[in-house]
Design a protein around this ligand. Structure first.
Ligand SMILES: NC(=O)c1ccc[n+]([C@@H]2O[C@H](COP(=O)([O-])OP(=O)(O)OC[C@H]3O[C@@H](n4cnc5c(N)ncnc54)[C@H](OP(=O)(O)O)[C@@H]3O)[C@@H](O)[C@H]2O)c1
Length: 271
């Protein structure tokens, strides 16, 4: 029998993963099952991705080896209470819920031999450009971890870390898109302030950011090296960078990430 993957929760993130794993050839649509209470979401997933959907999560536990929990953290408790009797030792439970530690799943399922992989993805996974960090408990084998890694490689880059580092990941890449969106928004406003139309400013700001990231990736050069190449003596870029550093740009970025890491730790302790 071919291995099947089941999603519990058929929302935005589940759909991105389904899109990615079908496109990468990792699973065919026939091997993907989704449990989702919302009729219109089920209809959309069936029509758009030809996956099999169910109202109940029972068929997922009966037919799938890999089970992706893709519901919001606030509904996870109810879900785990509901499905604890269906969880078997061979299931590989992968969760993408933000902030909930692996111990939370083990406690609520009540079976210490349960295999749990906790993943911190980020929103660019919705366009297959995510950054995901994976961590596992000791019940998960190397091969099972590799299965999970392949799933998230289908929607972007992956790192594997001990769970203790997931707060740092949350502060950097989990919340990172919010910082980048803020930066881009400010850049657009700056263009408008300097007399460009909003449409032109948006086009230039977005391409500047995505082009710079592509240059960084493809050149393999350190950001400082590329930055020094665009700063000519007495020129515009060095003049602007002087202002950036006067306001402590590096320190601000390090502080915001640190504050998000600390908040993630606080939220984790509250569970
Ligand atoms: N979106 C992101 O970019 C992102 C990034 C990082 C992590 N995450 C994590 O990914 C998870 C999913 O996020 P999302 O944005 O995909 O959320 P979402 O769009 O709200 O999807 C969750 C889906 O699960 C359904 N659901 C609720 N209870 C269920 C149950 N007991 N059984 C089956 N399905 C159930 C919901 O239906 P109803 O709407 O009817 O309740 C909804 O359709 C969250 O835990 C979030 O923390 C998301």
């Amino acid at each position: 029998m071919r291995q099947k993957i089941g999603f519990i929760g058929g929302g935005q993130m589940a759909e991105a993963l389904i899109k990615g794993i079908i496109a990468s050839g990792l699973y065919t649509s026939e091997d993907i099952l989704v449990a989702e209470p919302n009729d219109s979401r089920r209809e959309l997933l069936e029509n758009k991705h030809s996956v099999k959907t169910y109202h109940s999560n029972q068929p997922i536990f009966e037919n799938c080896l890999v089970i992706m929990l893709a519901v919001k953290p606030q509904t996870m408790g109810v879900l785990l209470e509901d499905c604890r009797d269906r969880v078997q030792p061979h299931h590989i439970i992968i969760t993408i819920a933000a902030g909930l530690p692996i111990s939370y799943y083990i406690d609520l399922i009540g079976k210490p031999d349960t295999k749990v992989i906790r993943v911190m993805p980020n929103t660019p996974a919705l366009v297959l450009e995510g950054a995901s960090a994976l961590s596992r408990n000791s019940n998960v084998t190397d091969e099972e971890l590799r299965t999970a890694e392949k799933i998230f490689l289908a929607v972007g880059e992956v790192v594997i870390l001990d769970e203790i580092h997931l707060d740092a990941v949350t502060g950097l890449s989990g919340s990172g898109p919010a910082y980048v969106f803020s930066f881009v928004e400010a850049l657009i406003d700056a263009g408008v302030k300097s007399g460009l139309t909003r449409a032109i400013s948006e086009k230039l700001a977005l391409q500047t950011v995505s082009g710079s990231v592509k240059l960084l990736k493809e050149s393999g050069e350190h950001p400082a090296a590329l930055r020094s190449k665009v700063t000519s003596p007495g020129g515009t870029a060095i003049t602007a960078l002087h202002v950036l550093e006067k306001y402590g740009f590096h320190g601000i970025i390090m502080d915001i990430v640190e504050s998000a890491v600390n908040r993630s730790k606080e939220l984790g302790k509250a569970k």
